[in-house]
Design a binder for this molecule. Sequence first.
Ligand code: HEM
Length: 467
Amino acid sequence: MSTATVTPDLTESSSVLSASTVFYFLLIPAVLLWYAYWYISRRHMLELAEKIPGPKGYPIIGNALEFLGTSPQIFKNVYSKSYEFGTTVKLWAGPKLLIFLTDPRDVEIILSSHVHIDKAPEYRFFKPWLGDGLLISTGQKWRAHRKLIAPTFHLNVLKSFIDLFNANSREVVQKLKKEIGKEFDCHDYMSEATVEMLLETAMGVSKKTQDQSGYAYAKAVMEMCDILHLRHTKVWLRPDLIFNMTTYAKYQEKLLNTIHSLTRKVIKKKRADFDKGVRGSTAEVPEDAKTKNYEKNVSSKTVVEGLSYGQSAGLKDDLDVDEDVGEKKRMAFLDLMIEASQNGVVINDEEIKEQVDTIMFEGHDTTAAGSSFFLCMMGVHQHIQDKVIEELDGIFGDSDRPATFADTLEMKYLERCLMETLRMYPPVPIIARQINQDIKLGTLAMFIISMYRVSHFGHFYGVSRLF
Ligand code: HEM
């Protein structure tokens, strides 16, 4: 009886032993094979990486220690490497090769390429927020949506928003008046203003129909960006599995709720307007902000006759298109999205939401940062501010009339100050691309383009040209 009970146990244990022996017997060569494959597939990259200068790293972790500290510390530390090692610097984040480009000529090769369009894998942290919007998508989807969206930011569309720009600018100036003589953060005001301008122009809805302020949305975006930066720099927060167990994940959910509830409401409102046959922005413009009331008094220069400083210097905006698509198709962003979605072929509802989230983020965060830096520059460099005021006085005299598009073409000095601010303090200081084939430098590497360092490239710009 007792033998009968013991025997099966022995049999079971010996079969477990033999199974685990077989498992380890197979595992070891499998791991070795995988390592050999991994090593051989990377050999080409490793050989090429050898030729790129960079700080010496440690086995396994590479230069991971360079990424310790707060975001500003890491930025400063990595930025300084381009002065130590030259215009192209490599860093190993563990097994991952990062190549920092700072020479504008190298950057041009990547950014003008039709092949190297894949955003770096790190952009995936934006996914719960922006889905597969323009900032993240690639390939055919990116090309198709980019082609669809680009004309909605054509200069002729932007020109049609001039009254809304005037109305919203007046409001923010009024709000700023209460801060006269005090120390305050102008970014709070600029963020709110740029969110509201986007709502009323590209999205075509009145900010008054939103039950949440532009500031609440902008604040949620700022905090969301803090979480994303943390995930970029703190290696243990990268895997979703771990991140989802942290309090950051819960907070992110709350922030995304604020962010997405605004975009959902915007789309719902626009759809309702569309169904009623309403097209274009429904935002109201006070009489005194309407440029048509003043057109007689001002120069009637058109965009063809007059060029801004940036245009005459051949500068192009990120979403510029070469040719206009014609009067019929000149529609604001969300109007066009809703119309294009009617048959669901060009773009579907989920994709509209992703693009609205992307444009709301990209459109306000960058312009708010740019405007805030500009105001700071004007505050710091009083003599430059005086020259800007002199130029504006030359255009407007004593009048308090709204600015027309033609007026903006006369603001040459102001525009140069804006450009110089963008050069010195680029609102997007760093971008990155995943490279999947050789481009002189290497393969399967990630290229990080430091816009900040590019725009401080001594060879091209020297020391500050204006400030
Ligand atoms: C001073 C203002 C701005 C700056 C400095 C700026 C800068 C940039 C940069 C550097 C990128 C490339 C990001 C990357 O590749 O990782 C980008 C992409 C983008 N920006 Fe802007 N931007 C500005 C204003 C705007 C505005 C006003 C809008 C829309 C209303 C906008 C919409 C976009 C979109 C949709 C993308 C993704 C484009 C794509 O990948 O195809 N941006 N921006």
